[in-house]
Design a protein around this ligand. Sequence first.
Ligand code: TV7
Ligand code: CA
Ligand code: ZN
Length: 386
Amino acid sequence: NNGIKKPKGYTVSYHANPEMEQMHFGQKHPMKPWRLTLTNKIVMAYGMHEAMDIYIPRAASSQELKDFHRGDYIDFLQRVTPSDNTWDPDSQTYAYNTGDDCPIFDGLYNYCSLYAGASLDAARKLTNHQSNIAINWSGGLHHAKKNEASGFCYINDIVLAILQLLLHHPRVLYIDIDVHHGDGVEQAFWSTDRVMTLSFHKYNRAEFFPGTGALDDTGPLNNASPGAHHSLNVPLHDGIEDAQYIKLFEDVVKPCVRQYKPTAIVLQCGADSLGGDRLGCFNVNIKAHGACVAFVKKFNLPLLVLGGGGYTPRNVAKAWAYETSLCIGAEVHPNLPAHTPFLEHFGNEKTLFPKLDFTRYENKNSRVYLESVVMGIMEQLRYLQG
Ligand code: TV7
Ligand code: CA
Ligand code: ZN
């Protein structure tokens, strides 16, 4: 192999069930589970699997899914078939918000229970002290609600994993670098102080999904609620660049950890915040996206690393493979190993760090704007002291 060794002094586990990579949302749908195959091929081609504990987790049981989701919704997901996709407004597909964004496809329930099972398995490895960092690239589906699907997400594996962590941890910090707002996780823990949620995202209430996550949405307005000031949002405009993004991330995350003192961290690494993403609108390179993972790792707290969005599969796979290498603390050669399967899918640049396409979005984030966002976050954190 490439001389990649187990990290010294800590354990990284990798939770992946190849069964779900074959699933199809439909031909034109942007979510491609196949990006997970590409990710795993790069990880293995570098020999990173030698440095981690590899698990093929079982699917979550319906009972486990019902720890967050309402029973009738889970029963519906278990029962529906593609022929139930109907335009009849009385049908349950409307009630549970399945349709265009969240289609009902063959194997849907299996897909959902597999990614949720992987996040639960990863969380349990952390609470058992068998891992210090646990990775599930198939998880991170942050929009799913208690009783409805939303934004390509059906089951909220993040909420389930955090509930597992809360059995052993007094305070969990959730950080979300997907280009979309982590609304489902925020909503689930809105009124508790045992989870702090922090999402970085493109924000435009009228034009960008899901339209929530303004700087002043920080928890229940009633200061008597324990959740007050424990939901933090970093709303951004189009085109944010590497240096700005890294500085902003560090300037916000560091005081959150200092003030909140989490005992575990969950990091959603949605790769649609990369430049050139089919749905995203930022100008962030893979190294800068990875710098966020490396920064969070330095706190040396039990860390659950999850995937999320990411709609240009070759870039998603490179980013998540690189971030896996950061988790194990391995230096990998920037050129993809010549024996990487599907090498033809990785474009002309057979490197982990391709020049991403930044021509589509002009940077609309001024220094002054980003400073005001950091100030707004600091103002919220001041409430935590007393
Ligand atoms: C975590 N954007 C999920 C991000 C979820 C974004 C949306 C699409 C989309 C859906 C398609 C499709 C698409 C090219 C893009 C208001 C609508 C507009 C559906 C056509 N092509 C994550 C969800 C977002 C479905 N939804 O955070 C089938 O784009 O903006 C919307 C809602 C109504 C529904 N229509 C889109 O990254 C995993 N959807 C092609 C085929
Ligand atoms: Ca986000
Ligand atoms: Zn997203």
